[in-house]
Design a protein around this ligand. Structure first.
Ligand SMILES: [Zn+2]
Length: 384
């Protein structure tokens, strides 16, 4: 039975609860999905959005579709009535963002009978934006459903949490996570673990990483690993060139996204008003920059996973190596490396993720990534 909720991997209780809620039409206006990173909250939010917007689900007893045009659009993250937002500020949600949401909420849906707002990391919503949001959250129009995502109960402000139906997500242990990804893609367990690492722990992203047509993402990962294998011998100019190449590769998937968006605009141009089209175009722009960021983040994840492997070998625990297909290079890099210096490099590259959110240019970010790794491996530069 391939309904919209089958996409909720590793969270059987969440899946059953949401499916039952939709079938019995017990939908509340606000959900709070609480769980650690990698517990599949975002994919579950999109699954719920699919079921809520699907025109077939009402006639078919709730959520029993997953394949109509509306479901496909939500799955591609291109439905005009599903709004996904994450904190735009360095320290979390901005009060302007919350005001934008409040102004958007009363507008009628564009295509569906309902609108869904998925707000990520509400544990990063401070008191002022939260206060500006409370009224909207408390009394949204009947056709609006909020799905808020947060890490733990004590990091979400009680004023927010108390206005939502809380849905707890469990931590999925790594071996089980790899099993789930294998099952859904046919990949071996090593490859599944590598894909999960490349996607920063997200199971649903790991599944699409492995399923991507033409194995583009797998090829990208191989290229990053090849670069890393030679980085301790690369001179500064070679590193700068590598960084440019990484940026170029991170932008490659945009062509496919853009082609998709052009088709969508063409389909709608005849019957949508200018203002609605403008909304779609604005969403497309956001999607393009989000996609670039996703690819850059993947590069950082792949690099930090590789560096952790080098550390594992250095520390005498080579059995913990995840990127087994790059084992010879990892062992070679570990041979002359120093554990403390590798640790500092790892901390530095993990901080780059946050810098992407501050709109540091991709070029700068990739430069810093590669130079940090080179320093970590052989400490030739004075920066640390
Ligand atoms: Zn459907």
């Amino acid at each position: 039975m391939a309904d919209a909720f089958e996409g909720i991997l590793g969270q059987p209780q969440v899946r059953d609860f949401l499916r039952a809620s939709v079938r019995s039409d017990h939908i509340t206006h606000a959900y709070l999905f609480l769980g650690p990173a990698g517990s599949n909250k975002t994919a579950s939010a999109y699954a719920l959005a699919r079921a809520l917007l699907c025109p077939e689900s009402r006639t078919a007893g709730g959520g029993l579709c997953g394949k109509c045009d509306s479901c496909a659009r939500v799955g591609r993250k291109s439905h005009p009535d599903v709004h996904y937002m994450e904190p735009a500020g360095a320290n979390g949600w901005l009060i302007e963002q919350v005001r934008d949401i409040a102004a958007d909420v009363p507008l009628a849906p564009i295509q569906a009978a309902r609108k869904v707002y998925i707000l990520d990391r509400v544990d990063l919503m401070g008191t002022s934006p939260a206060n500006a949001f409370l009224k909207t959250l408390e009394e949204p129009p009947a056709d609006v459903v909020f799905i808020l995502l947060g890490r733990t109960r004590d990091t979400v402000l009680p004023t927010i949490a108390s206005r939502c139906q809380v849905v707890p997500f469990r931590h999925i242990p790594p071996s089980e996570a790899a099993g789930i990804v294998s099952q859904n893609t046919g990949a071996g367990s090593d490859q599944a673990r590598q894909a999960i690492e490349a996607c920063g722990g997200s199971l649903s992203e790991a599944v699409s990483f492995l399923r991507e047509s033409g194995n583009e993402r797998l090829g990208f990962r191989t290229r990053v690993l090849t670069m890393l294998a030679s980085i301790d011998r690369a001179d500064d100019w070679e590193i700068v060139e590598h960084a440019r190449e990484l940026v170029r590769l991170s932008r490659a998937p945009l062509d496919a996204v853009r082609a998709h968006q052009e088709r969508e605009i063409a389909e709608h141009a005849d019957f949508l008003e200018k203002s609605a089209l403008r909304q779609i175009e604005a969403r497309h722009k956001r999607r393009l920059s989000a996609k670039t960021r996703e690819c850059l983040e993947q590069t950082i994840h792949i690099a930090s996973s590789w560096l952790r492997d080098v550390m594992a070998v250095c520390a005498g625990t080579p059995e913990l190596v995840i990127n087994t297909d790059a084992a010879p290079a990892i062992h070679a890099a570990a041979a002359g490396a120093d554990l403390a210096r590798l640790g500092r490099a790892l901390v530095a590259i993990e901080a780059l993720q946050g810098m992407l959110a501050y709109n540091v240019s991709p070029e700068t970010c990739m430069d810093m990534l590669l130079f940090e790794i080179k320093d970590g491996l052989n400490g030739t530069s004075s920066a640390s």
